[in-house]
Ligand binder design. Structure first.
Ligand SMILES: [Mn+2]
Length: 316
């Protein structure tokens, strides 16, 4: 049995800022490519959360995605397994969001703490931990245990100075005895493995699409793991060069603006309570000190932009 591991799809019906190509078409090309590979390999597609970019995806868009996933079912293959990422949820709630509609329809299956067994390979057990859920306990160590997890796993320690709330890939493999871990949340792609009794593999493909200017170097891929011999193959997704999909001049202008705000951003990031105090003091001051409306708007604009960068750097 071949396991087709993917990353965060972030399916959306709008183009992100800075993309100048036909983003929606590029997204469907990549998704259909994954489905094709799964078909050709008669494999099992594993999606570790953030399937949708937002819980407010339209009915028409959800229907389109549902049809693509159902292609596997109609070809007598297993539907993809999923877990919920924070982007799939509406106010952290699973009931009223597009991914729950796909799960209920049977287009995809939710992996959770009760292992799934699939009929043509009873030796495989599939678990899942959606966003903010604990890692399940393995019920039968003799099985080939797979887990889909949506949590920040990194390959190289913290992603920025002061980064908290992540787990290193090798640490994860050490702590939990799964044979294959497919993780989502970290948009940077990597593969990590560890030899215990058998080889244990952690696959974090990263995001399927390049949506942000810091992803110029990101080459979207999927990983095909052959469960029978533990061999893996990294398969690039059809991708156009970054120069052709990003508005480079606009990115450069944005970067200059961000760089000039960096000292302010660093100050705001230091302490959450201080930040709130600083912002309310500043508002009070500009209200009382007879500051003109234009200057007031300018200061508020700068603070808003700085807070935006602070939020952005908190991660996805
Ligand atoms: Mn994500």
């Amino acid at each position: 049995m071949k396991l087709i591991c993917a990353g965060d799809l972030h399916l959306r019906n709008s183009s992100p800022r800075f993309r100048i190509d036909n983003f929606i078409e590029a997204q469907f090309t990549k998704l259909k490519y994954m489905i094709k590979v799964t078909e050709n390999e008669k494999g099992l597609l594993l999606l570790p959360g953030d399937v949708f970019n937002s819980p407010s995806a339209s009915h028409g868009f959800v229907k389109e995605i549902m049809a693509i996933f159902f292609e596997l079912f109609f070809k007598k293959l297993h539907p993809p397994f999923v877990v919920y990422g924070q982007h799939d949820l509406l106010f952290r709630n699973k009931d009223n969001c597009p991914l729950s509609v796909l799960i209920q329809s049977g287009a995809v299956r939710l992996a959770n703490d009760i292992p799934w067994e699939i009929d043509n390979d009873p030796n495989i057990h599939i678990y899942g931990a959606s966003f903010d859920e604990p890692i399940p306990i393995i019920q039968n160590k003799d099985k080939f245990n797979i887990i889909l997890v949506h949590t920040m796993v990194t390959n190289d320690g913290p992603q920025w100075p002061g980064h908290e709330g992540y787990i290193d890939a090798r640490n994860f493999l050490n702590r939990h005895d799964f044979d294959l871990v497919v993780s989502g949340d970290n948009h940077k792609g990597f593969v990590s493995s560890m030899k215990r009794k058998d080889e244990k593999i952690l696959v974090n493909c990263g995001s399927m699409m390049r949506t942000k200017s810091d992803q110029m170097e990101h080459n979207p891929f999927i990983v095909i793991v052959d469960k029978n011999n533990n061999k893996m193959h990294i398969e690039s997704l059809p991708t156009t060069s970054s120069e052709d999909v990003f508005d480079l001049a606009a990115i450069e202008r944005e970067k200059t603006k961000k760089d000039s705000l960096q000292p302010l951003v660093a100050g705001l990031k230091k302490d959450r309570t201080l930040t709130i105090d600083f912002l309310s003091n500043m508002k009070e001051t500009i209200k009382n000190e007879g500051v003109t409306r234009e200057i007031k708007a300018l200061i508020e604009g700068i603070l808003e932009k700085a807070m935006e960068i602070v939020e952005e750097q908190k991660g996805e």
